[in-house]
Design a protein around this ligand. Structure first.
Ligand SMILES: Cc1ncc(COP(=O)(O)O)c(C=O)c1O
Length: 401
């Protein structure tokens, strides 16, 4: 095998030949339903023909430009995206990956702010590299909210009492807590942090790479908090599989940045091809009313997962919002067995996410997922949890302990 696999994940199948909506198909014709949307990146599903047409049309014109000239689709995409971000009078920069977008966002905050610290929530995943790729050191102060609120629901005073808010340059909020609990952190907690940061003239930066573009039933995760961020980084779903990301920046930060010597050059920056995709993806989500659909389908999925929880005691919690859903298994579950359940589900034709460190199985299918697909995945998971009692009884006994 010539591919360097450093993701930390075992490859289950190397013969995928086609994607079609919620399905991924291998060379033998076997179909899998993709409850992971690739790597959270396909709100419209695989191989969307409207997106394909937009790509072909732009490719036949111009795909890539340079720093001193550009194509009108870039401005159109920026305008479309800034409107849904509620940053109409701000500006937008297009890059390629989510990591680049978040890292760029952090870079501009560091440029305009003289405050030494950045605040985030514990276990937020922000980037593969750079300052935002290492939140365990450097300027970061991480709030371990999950452990705290398990013991002190709805009182955040102790949790926040040692944070030097006057020295926080920005609160970098990853609404989906994708690497942690998977789900939206409590509203009051986020609103309290945001108001304290703002009170001390810090900025609010949100990482919408996983939860943006309709995943939670709203365009962006932050909309569930009645807050307006100053900087919004998005990626993944924005390109529906094509690598395009973006940073929306409020007017005031643009103004401050223009007063500095800040420059940033990257070959694939504001590329017309990616921008034509981003514009089309937003148009399709709007035209097909996929935000509503994500809300409806997410509710259906969580109801079905709750039925499973009632039946299988090894499932501790069901949570989520829109089509960002997760089940958490009991702490005592055998991780090897959990991996086996995951693999069996794959073999049965269902691709779901698994975060072994937190015993969390994640479900974030394309927004076009249909109820019958959800039902068939639930039936398969139910069967797998039930079958072979020798293997799973042991797990269930452990659950009861
Ligand atoms: C919340 C969040 N932010 C940023 C990123 C980085 O995006 P990318 O992998 O496209 O660089 C990820 C990737 O999983 C993510 O989940």
């Amino acid at each position: 095998m010539k591919i360097l696999n450093v993701t930390g994940y075992e490859i289950y199948n190397s013969s995928i030949v086609k994607g079609d909506g919620c399905y991924v198909i291998d060379s033998s014709g076997k179909k899998y339903i993709d409850f992971e949307s690739g790597v959270w990146a396909l709100p419209l599903g695989h191989n969307n023909l409207q997106v394909n047409s937009a790509i072909i049309e732009q490719l036949s014109g111009i795909s890539h430009t340079a720093y001193r000239y550009n194509h009108s689709v870039v401005e159109e995409a920026a305008d479309t995206l800034l409107k849904i971000m509620n940053l109409d009078d701000g500006k937008c920069l297009f890059l390629s990956s989510g990591s680049e977008a978040v890292e760029f966002a952090v870079k501009i905050i560091n440029k305009i702010s003289d405050k030494p610290y950045l605040l985030n929530l514990d276990k937020s995943y922000l980037s593969a590299y750079g300052t935002s790729g290492n939140t365990n050191s450097g300027p970061w102060i991480s709030i371990d909210w999950q452990t705290y609120i398990d013991n002190n629901p709805s009182n955040y005073d102790d949790l926040l009492k040692d944070i030097p808010f006057e020295q926080i340059g920005a609160f970098v909020f990853e609404a989906g807590n994708a690497s942690g609990s998977v789900g939206l952190p409590p509203k009051e907690l986020i609103q309290t942090i945001v108001s304290k940061v703002k009170e001390h003239k810090g900025w609010i930066l949100v990482d919408e790479v996983t939860v943006g573009m309709g995943r939670t039933g709203a365009w962006f995760g932050f909309e569930h908090y009645n807050i307006q961020p100053d900087v919004i980084a998005c990626g993944k779903g924005l390109g529906n599989g094509y690598p395009i990301s973006a940073v929306g920046i409020c007017k005031e930060i643009c103004r401050l940045l223009e007063q500095t010597d800040f420059t940033y050059g990257q070959s694939h920056q504001n590329d017309p091809l990616g921008c034509s995709v981003a514009k089309e993806v937003i148009t399709i989500i709007r035209e097909k009313d996929l935000l509503q659909q994500a809300t409806r389908s997410g509710l259906f999925l969580r109801n079905k997962l709750s039925e499973l929880k009632d039946k299988h005691r090894c499932i501790k919690v069901v949570r989520g919002v829109g089509l960002l859903c997760a089940i958490e298994f009991v702490d005592s579950i055998d991780k090897q067995k959990l991996s086996m359940i995951h693999k069996k589900l794959f073999d049965a034709g269902f691709i779901v996410g698994l975060k072994l460190a937190t015993n969390v199985m994640r479900f974030y299918p394309p927004l076009i997922i249909e109820n019958h697909m959800i039902v068939s995945m639930i039936e398969a998971l139910d069967y797998i949890l039930e079958e072979n009692p020798k293997i799973y009884n042991k797990g269930l006994i452990a659950c009861e302990e």
